[in-house]
Design a protein around this ligand. Structure first.
Ligand code: UD1
Ligand code: CA
Length: 461
């Protein structure tokens, strides 16, 4: 049986009270809609059609790298109307159509898989996911007869006080045989409180036309919670986050406090790595095995090797860190920082667009920008690469085994040769030959007896 997916995302999301389209609100730095889209793609459907309306250009752009078709629903006359707008796009399609909502982002792929399997096994015309929730307000309620058979779905806004008490809700996820879908959508009307074409109406028509209906009961309601408000956005984030953390723990990662670990679903983490509390790992980040990350560390779009230690309050973006590096607390690795194996980056060190060679050390209070630091180099405390002359950026080269004294100003462009030394406090403006010492200091004067004379003078006045 062929499978296609429709994702509804034309609504404005008024209750978010936002300038940003609802489905683009980020969860762990990824737009909500992308979760739904990724789950849909994992189902390997023949095609995916995205229904857009409000801010359609913005939403389209956010998914421009995905192979999806878009249909514009204008005006938005309800969820049933949204699906009806896809009819033309499905003229040549016959099979099952899975309908998802762009604002229900936490549904696991395995759940969707089980749902689809059960739809096929039961040869249903319409299947929908239902679940029991503590607080059903806002959702469509599933009403059943004394035998437990589904009678219909009633929207919150149309429900009587008694119906509102029902805790079984419609999750807004459906699988419908394509011929029944188009046939039943034609039967929808707008005789309801919102004057809209309700998609759940196809469930009601399935009952009244005595076709095969399946309510697929899901035990974990959090997987299908809809995001209509900022509060629900927070809840969905938590559900997604804890599921991601659980997956890492199953893979052999220790997460000391899963409640305070924020890890995007695109991140990979090796075995026996420990993630300490209040840590953020986002984007296309790969962390190797046996690392210690955190507490309170931020890593985004970075490649981290094995046996790396990233200590308290370090902030890393778009950088590469090889095996065995130790860094922090309080270090800042900016884009294109490349730290070779065994190097040590200490506290209050900022590194940008620079290579730090194998086993080199930048232990304290330094800025290294636009620099190539060789292997076995020691960069003394307070060293600064003066890379910017107010107009252009220039590079600093420090060759293998050099020793940069504390508080050296390396005025770029400049090269410090192999094994050379710069004296503490020097402002180095010219290249230093291999093996040489560069010293740039005013001679030290000594004024003998100064302190005693000062004391006597004070006593007199
Ligand atoms: C909907 C269901 C409700 C279910 C709930 C589950 C209807 C009428 N009600 O309610 O039974 O319990 O989801 O979360 O379907 N959309 C369009 N075009 C429209 C209207 C909506 O594309 O004209 C999209 C929205 O962008 C959203 C999705 O459809 O992604 C659901 O719409 P929403 O208004 O959030 O429906 P709910 O009130 O949550
Ligand atoms: Ca909704």
């Amino acid at each position: 049986m062929s499978l296609a997916v429709i994702i509804l995302a034309a609504g404005k999301g008024v209750r978010m009270n936002s300038e940003l389209p609802k489905v683009l609100h980020p969860i762990l730095k990824k737009p909500m809609l992308r979760y739904v889209l990724d789950a849909a793609r994992d189902m390997e459907p023949e095609r995916i059609v995205l229904v857009l309306g409000h801010d359609s250009e913005l939403v389209k752009e956010a998914v421009s790298d995905c192979p999806v078709d878009t249909v514009i629903q204008e005006p938005q006359l309800g969820t049933g109307h949204a699906v009806l707008c896809c009819e033309d796009a499905f003229r040549d399609f016959s099979g099952d159509i899975l309908i998802l909502s762009g604002d229900v982002p936490a549904t696991g792929v395995s759940t969707l898989g089980e749902f689809m399997d059960s739809h096929v096994k039961n040869s249903a015309d319409v299947s929908f996911i239902s679940t029991l929730v503590e607080d059903p307000s806002g959702y469509g309620r599933v009403l059943r007869n004394a035998e437990g058979e589904v009678l219909r779905i009633v929207e919150d806004k149309d429900a009587t006080a008694d119906e509102k008490k029902e805790k079984e809700i419609n999750a807004g996820i459906y699988c419908v045989n394509s011929s029944f879908l188009w046939e039943s959508l034609d039967g929808l009307d707008t005789e309801n409180n919102q004057g809209e074409y309700y998609l759940p109406g196809i469930v009601n028509l399935c009952v009244s036309r005595k076709r095969g209906l399946q309510a697929f009961a899901l035990s974990n309601p959090k997987e299908v919670s809809g995001v209509n408000s900022r509060e629900q956005l927070g809840e969905a984030e938590k559900t997604i986050r804890l599921a991601i953390n659980r997956r890492h723990m199953e893979n052999g990662v220790t997460i000391v406090d899963p409640e305070t670990a924020y890890i995007s679903d695109s991140v990979s983490i090796g075995k026996d790595t420990t993630v300490y509390p209040n840590t953020y790992i986002y984007g296309e980040t790969r962390i190797g095995e046996n690392c210690r990350v955190g507490p309170s560390v931020y890593v985004e779009d970075s490649q981290i090797g094995d046996n790396v230690e990233i200590r308290f309050s370090s902030y890393l973006t778009e950088c590469e860190v090889e095996d065995g590096v130790v860094m922090g607390p309080f270090c800042h690795l900016r884009p294109e920082a490349r730290i070779k194996s065994g190097a040590k980056i200490g506290n209050f060190v900022e590194i940008k667009k620079s290579n730090i060679g194998v086993g080199s050390k930048v232990p304290h209070l330094s800025y290294v920008g636009d620099a190539d630091i060789g292997a076995g180099v020691n960069i003394g405390a307070g060293t600064i690469t003066c890379n910017y002359d107010g107009v252009n950026k220039h590079r600093t080269v420090v060759e293998d085994g050099a020793f940069i004294g504390s508080d050296t100003m390396l005025v770029a462009p400049i090269k410090v040769g192999k094994g050379a030394t710069t004296a503490a406090g020097s402002t180095v403006t010219k290249d230093v030959s291999p093996g040489a010492l560069a010293i740039e200091r005013a001679g030290q004067k000594e004024i003998t007896g100064w302190a005693e004379r000062k004391r006597v003078k004070k006593g007199k006045s």
